[in-house]
Design a protein around this ligand. Structure first.
Ligand code: GLN
Length: 503
């Protein structure tokens, strides 16, 4: 039964449907795997103690002839930014240690209703601020490809859990790349849906105009199956789109089968290459472009001149929104409370709590955001950043007038070593140069593994971006590229993951 953990969710779904495997067996296999490797990987902050009970009830329902959805009985890991009633939700922060939510996030509720088995909560940078999980208050997650390296961030836990075969499916959140960049460095698939396509209700907010919840998986089809479960209108989220969405899983199946690359207009973003991009990342990317051309895709270079300012604009808009969102952690309403010695006023208790409860990166961003929003500076900083945001949206509009999809490497480098960028926030921030523009424009993006960088043998991801609401196009094209590369290698990239001492 050791092989259960190597199955994709789609494969597992078939075996569950035909009763070859039970949900209890599937869940037990993943719990065993977690027990086996998670002391090394540390993808999980909390492992569910009710997962087997849930699995048992799914098996009973199936046995009684109930018609269940395709993902019923499949284990799901959930980023700790999403609130759950049966496990603590900390968002990687000390200030929320042990916090139990009175309700489930909509995506969690929908996952449970679809019969998914919540197996645990995954590690993340505190309040989703970071690109390495080194900012988690509970210690970093390690990259299953090389335990001395970062698994990306902020959703390093979800990506590592999936890459280490601790869960076939996971949920993440992406404000500036926290699903796609971890996917890139762990050889997994990560999708940031169109803003508003998936509910944010119950996702502990970082920057509300940028945050988006999405799937973390090992294949494009699996991501599509998961987005079909979590997506769609939610009246509890005022920014949720009321669109009726096509099935993303069907789009992925179509892509894997069909001839979607022929005649596809693909734009290579000029600004997302060259300086700062690792040679091996660039060469894998270039090879993929050549492969696309061979399949009949029409590849052209497009320029997005304002991408140059994306990271700067993001680091004004994000801290501004974050400083406001994090004001609710005031020692009264949620989580921890610290009494200063000898007592104190409400303000002193609040200050002592926030001093003890927040880590350095969170404090840095609160200070930045509060400053950017302060009376005399609002127009100069926040106002200018919003204008840049509009210019970036226009760059995308102009690009998508010429091409069907845009592509770039998902991040400039492969997984870096622990500590390498910790003392230099700018270096850390620049890691998201390729992913941030999509958040600023609200468009969807996917990261698909395209091979290993020759110089370090670590995974590289291809980012594909589509116009707003065209998520299905990403799944179609992503699955087509995945199938193409699989045919070339004779296996999926992830199945060749060498790490964890051969475990
Ligand atoms: N790494 C980026 C940041 O630190 C993105 C975070 C995210 O997407 N949640 O803000």
């Amino acid at each position: 039964m050791a092989d259960i953990i190597r199955l994709t969710a789609a494969e597992l779904s078939e075996k569950l449907g035909s009763r070859e495997i039970s949900a209890v067996e599937a869940t037990q296999a993943h719990l065993d795997r977690i027990a086996d490797v998670d002391t090394d990987v540390h993808a999980f902050l909390h492992v569910s103690d009710s997962a087997l009970d849930t699995a048992r009830s799914i098996d009973e329902r199936r046995a009684s002839g109930e018609e269940l959805g395709p993902l019923a009985g499949i284990p799901l890991a959930v980023k700790d930014v999403l609130v759950t009633t049966d496990m603590p939700s900390t968002s990687g922060s000390r200030i929320l240690e042990g916090y139990m939510s009175p309700f489930d996030a909509t995506v969690v509720k929908r996952s449970r209703e679809a019969g998914l088995v919540l197996i645990g909560k995954t590690n993340m940078d505190e309040f989703a601020m970071g690109s390495s999980t080194e900012h988690s208050a509970y210690g970093p997650t390690r990259n299953p490809w090389d335990l001395g390296r970062i698994p990306g961030g902020s959703g390093g836990g979800s990506a590592a859990a999936v890459a280490a075969f601790e869960a076939p499916l996971a949920l993440g959140s992406d404000t500036g790349g926290s699903i796609r960049q971890p996917a890139h460095v762990t050889g997994t698939v990560g999708v940031k849906p169109t803003y508003g396509a998936v509910s944010r209700y119950g996702a502990i907010a970082l920057a509300s105009s940028l945050d988006q919840v999405g799937p973390v998986t090992r294949t494009v089809l699996d991501a599509g199956l998961l987005q079909d479960v979590i997506g769609g209108h939610d009246p509890f989220d005022s920014t949720s789109l009321t669109d009726i969405w096509p099935s993303m899983a069907d789009a992925a199946r179509e892509g894997a089968r069909g001839d979607v690359l022929k005649g596809l207009k693909v734009g290579v973003v000029r600004e997302l290459s060259g300086e700062g991009f690792q040679a091996g990342v660039q060469s894998r990317f270039d090879e993929t472009v050549a492969l696309l051309q061979k399949q009949g895709a029409e590849v052209l270079e497009v320029s997005a001149p304002h991408f140059e300012y994306a990271v700067s604009a993001y680091y004004l808009i994000l801290p501004a929104e974050a400083s406001s969102n994090l004001a609710k952690f005031d020692s009264v309403r949620f989580g921890m409370r610290v009494q200063p010695e000898g007592g104190g006023t409400v303000e002193q208790v609040m200050a002592a709590t926030r001093e003890a409860g927040f880590g350095p990166e969170v404090k840095r961003r609160i200070i930045l955001g509060t400053y950017a929003l302060s009376a005399g500076y609002y127009d100069a900083y926040y106002g200018s950043a919003q204008k840049v945001r509009t210019l970036i949206q226009r760059d995308f509009d102009a690009a998508f007038a010429q091409v069907d999809v845009l592509i770039s490497p998902s991040a400039p480098t492969t997984a870096f070593k622990f500590g390498e960028k910790l003392e230099d926030p700018m270096a850390m921030y620049l890691n998201d140069i390729a992913t941030i523009p999509a958040n600023l424009a609200g468009i969807p993006g996917i990261s698909v593994p395209i091979g290993l960088a020759p110089e370090d043998g670590l995974p590289v991801g291809l980012q594909i971006m589509a116009p707003v609401r065209e998520d299905a196009r990403l799944y179609r094209v992503g699955a087509a590229i995945e199938a193409l590369l699989e045919a070339q290698w004779g296996s999926t990239l992830i199945s060749r993951a060498p790490a964890l001492g051969g475990k």
